[in-house]
Design a protein around this ligand. Structure first.
Ligand code: 5MM
Length: 343
């Protein structure tokens, strides 16, 4: 019998584990590889990802699921094992990014709408056959000037809800990712503006999910944390970020949702860990709170690897370290000195 949506969702946010976002599209992974001077080819992308998925300690103990890009879900390791099988063999759930990226929203300068609904039902059936049991769709909301507009939030929330309903219809758990960006150019983008826009976005998303008949028990939310914009010239303590993020989530996310797995959104590795740890240590929460980090889990591993086979072990231990720190954060027991001890 196939596993229920609820069981898959619960597995994705099981105690002390989180999700590895390794779903960089070809353009994004090229940027990451450029930063370490490695050419992005089908083979180098496969080698890098195979290194991560074969990091046994990290994968077995701290990672509950991996988000893949279409190419990776169809790739095999050097010994011919499909990469999705490596992930499943380590006890993690393979997942797939199904959006086609954020494109300019017509007549709305500076705003974007995520595309990819056309043909999605057929693609989901195909991905299920390839082993994917969850999917991800990311909407981006920018703060700046008089943005975001009602139109941008509404259009993106409706697309997220249509995507989530299609996933559930096909036995796939949707990760619903409405990201309020933290890199806006605006000086008024302080933590309270981020709070306001995140609250508006999440309320709209859950309205749309309700209208689309999406079962909250069979989905995972992937939101941003409430932080000041990187160019706002303001800052916030770890405790303030944790308190405001938990407050906005408690006022918008029904407890029927089994788990919330944050994106890191450009925070440093340690910031992303510290914020998650503080939320879990300071508050009683109705859902699991964990990580679904891309950059904050991979940056150190990518650097240590540097595109060389002889550095694979170093890349794997850098990944295992960050995965363990974030696992401790998901349990609320991470302390800054643990970073030093491990080093
Ligand atoms: C891994 O990056 C994903 C985006 O890739 P594209 O921009 O190429 O589509 C992204 O959706 C990611 O899953 C989330 O934003 C979380 O990653 P970060 O780096 O924000 O933790």
């Amino acid at each position: 019998m196939s596993e229920s949506l609820e069981d898959i969702a619960n597995r994705m946010v099981v105690e002390g584990k989180g999700i590895l976002a390794a779903d960089e599209s070809s353009g994004t992974i090229k940027k990451r590889f450029d930063s370490i001077g490695v050419e992005s080819t089908e083979e180098s992308r496969r080698n890098y990802r195979e290194m991560l998925f074969r990091a046994d300690d990290a994968m077995r103990n701290y990672i509950s699921g991996v988000i893949l890009y279409d190419e990776t879900l169809r790739q095999s390791a050097r010994d011919g094992t499909p990469l999705a099988e490596l992930i499943a063999a380590a006890g993690a759930v393979p997942g797939i990014k199904v959006d086609a990226g954020a494109k300019p929203l017509a007549l709305a300068p500076g705003e974007q709408i995520t595309e990819g609904l056309d043909g999605l039902r057929e693609r989901l059936k195909n991905y299920y056959g390839l082993g994917a049991r969850f999917a991800k769709w990311r909407a981006v909301i920018a703060i700046g000037g008089d943005r975001p507009s009602w139109n941008c939030i509404q259009a993106n929330a409706q697309a997220l809800a249509r995507y989530a309903a299609l996933c559930q219809e096909n036995g796939i758990v949707p990760i619903v990712e409405p990201e309020v960006l933290m890199d806006g150019p605006d000086s008024v983008h302080d933590i309270d503006r981020c709070y306001e826009v995140t609250e508006w976005t999440l309320n709209t998303v859950f309205d749309q999910l309700y209208d689309a008949n999406v079962a909250l028990e069979g989905m995972i939310l992937k939101p941003n944390m409430v932080v000041p914009g990187q160019k706002s010239g303001t800052s916030a303590s770890v405790e303030e970020v944790a308190a405001k993020t938990v407050r906005v989530l408690k006022s918008t996310v029904p407890p029927a949702v089994p788990g919330i797995a944050f994106l890191s959104g450009g925070q440093s590795d340690e910031e992303a860990t510290a914020h998650l740890a503080a939320m879990n240590a300071m508050f009683d929460l109705p859902w699991k709170l964990t990580f679904s980090y891309g950059r904050a889990l991979q940056a150190a591993a990518l650097k240590a690897w540097g595109g060389k086979v002889e550095n694979e072990k170093a890349g794997q231990s850098a990944f295992a370290h960050r995965a363990r720190m974030n696992s401790l954060a998901a349990l609320g027991s991470w302390k800054p000195e643990m970073e030093r001890e491990a080093a």
